[in-house]
Design a binder for this molecule. Sequence first.
Ligand SMILES: *Cc1c(COP(=O)(O)O)cnc(C)c1O
Length: 236
Amino acid sequence: MCYDGRMNMAARVADIRERMRGASVRAGRNPADVRLMAVTKTYSREVVLEAYRAGIRIFGENRVSEAVEKYTDFAEDGELHLIGHLQTNKAKAAAGLFPWVDSVDSLRTAGALAKRLEECGKSADILLELNTSGEDSKSGYRSFDDLRRDLEGILMLGALRLRGLMTVGPLTGDAGEIRAAFRSLKTCMDRLCGMVSASCRPDTLSMGMSGDFEIAIEEGATLIRLGTVLFGKREV
Ligand SMILES: *Cc1c(COP(=O)(O)O)cnc(C)c1O
């Protein structure tokens, strides 16, 4: 949870990877099944490059416009994810830049994204975002039933590959409440896997941030999203 400004980036990444490994082992999981995303919102391209040099290859940004500044002509082997809410009118810009859109929460947005991707002969991996905390300020489907209503339509969009689910845990110090939210997302993931055909095998469960990533790993996360613990407290 603590960011240590005296450590350099490589040491911080090593420290985090060790904590990820510990949580995996505690849960009887293979540490190789959990990937680390660096969330770079508000940080400069310089910082992004530093993280890249420290071995990070998955990056997340909340806003399309901010990502354009930082990730245009980025490393070929870097994998950029959009993790913030996607507005339908930003779908075009997003389609050109993000190979992954992790925050899809409506058929309408998915359709707009797919249309733009098709126009430029591209495709994208997507996650569906589920609001597991019940907090109104958060985006994402309100319930698995809401998500399920859109599922068939989303699966028909040829430019999108459904890879799994994403959530932001509740904003609380109550570890039990956080764990319950992550556990409910894992249950939804299992249900989703049971509903889709063998050709689409969702494999990505994105949950866990700086304050709760170890709990998320214990509950089955395959992708965690870290900002503060890697880069320090954000100014804005
Ligand atoms: C900012 C953000 C993160 C990273 O948060 P930290 O607490 O700084 O690790 C992860 N996921 C989403 C969706 C975010 O907006």
